[in-house]
Design a protein around this ligand. Sequence first.
Ligand SMILES: *[C@@H]1O[C@H](CO)[C@@H](O)[C@H](O)[C@H]1NC(C)=O
Ligand SMILES: *[C@@H]1O[C@H](CO)[C@@H](O)[C@H](O)[C@H]1NC(C)=O
Ligand SMILES: *[C@@H]1O[C@H](CO)[C@@H](O)[C@H](O)[C@H]1NC(C)=O
Length: 349
Amino acid sequence: MKIKKRLGIIIVFCLIILVHLVSNDLVKFIKNKFNYFSNDDISCYRIPAIAESNFPIFDSASGKNIFFHETSCVTKSGTFNINCRQACAIESAAYSNAEMSVILLYINPFKLSNHSLNLISKLLKYYPNIQVRRILVEEYMKYTPIEKWFASGILQSSRWPNSHMSDILRYLTLWKFGGIYLDLDVVVTTSLVNLTNFAGAEDWMDVAAGVISFSENGLGRRIANGCLRDLMRNFRGDLWGNNGPGVITRTLQKFCSVKYAKDMTSKRCNGFKVFPPSVFYPIFYKDWRRYFQTEDFNATMKLINSARAIHLWNKLSFAEKVYHNSKVPYAIIAEKYCPHTFNECTPVF
Ligand SMILES: *[C@@H]1O[C@H](CO)[C@@H](O)[C@H](O)[C@H]1NC(C)=O
Ligand SMILES: *[C@@H]1O[C@H](CO)[C@@H](O)[C@H](O)[C@H]1NC(C)=O
Ligand SMILES: *[C@@H]1O[C@H](CO)[C@@H](O)[C@H](O)[C@H]1NC(C)=O
């Protein structure tokens, strides 16, 4: 009886260990199988090229630039996507800023899906100021202050490597070329051509990183240098917002010698402008649904119409459908500021 009991315990114990081992392997296997080129995978960053019909590799920029970055490695049947809302961001920048170059930089070595290629081809046809270029990460980092730091494998420590890559690239691109960086979930509603050296606050405390402009030389360059230094010193792979908004906020806190965004006046910041939330983030992130509902339409449109560009909080709002004839604020502004994209994206934008 006692021996039976003991044997039972041992068997159960062995079973537990076995299940544990198998499940660990299973988890690893599933991760490898399904995470390959999935949302938070960065293995494509090292791949020179897979598709033949890639756009040219990015060389250099001159003049007034607006940059967008696509940093995901996601592929679906060997292709990757620029979706309707991303195309809308790019079109809206080009539409309201004919005097500026609008440049989409992406890393993915695969070719664009048919639908995305169709969207992008339309944009290239209608807007001579749009360029689409692939970058090779290693090349792009060369001869920059962060080359060694990046090569040491910093992204491996990140829980959100695609997102953190996007953070790193925005500061690097502006350091390299100067210009305006925009997130791919904005809609530009005004000309930005006469504005330089600015960012936007998203609340009274923090500066956000969805819209940033640094001049190639002088003031902008000094802040860009500060941002790269902060990035290297304070990078945290385990804090999502530390390397995007965190970098610009900390850098400006030092540069302007004040703690809160609301106190970062142009005078205190030696001419750098930190715009209030109403300028680029007119709807607070917690209220993102207002872009997708007809309730409060007039009030929402009033806020939108007094902004220069609006940030749509894609991380929260991506799954929310916008039907063409729905008359929600997002549909109205897309139709107005990215008309070709909106036309192509039926019935759901
Ligand atoms: C995409 O377009 C190519 C060339 O026109 C065609 O051969 C291919 O079947 C298309 N793929 C899909 C998924 O529609
Ligand atoms: C930008 O500034 C130039 C020169 O002052 C002026 O001619 C132009 O109208 C301005 N553009 C916009 C959109 O404000
Ligand atoms: C919204 O504005 C329109 C046009 O200005 C007006 O006709 C309508 O009554 C307003 N709706 C509300 C709910 O205030």
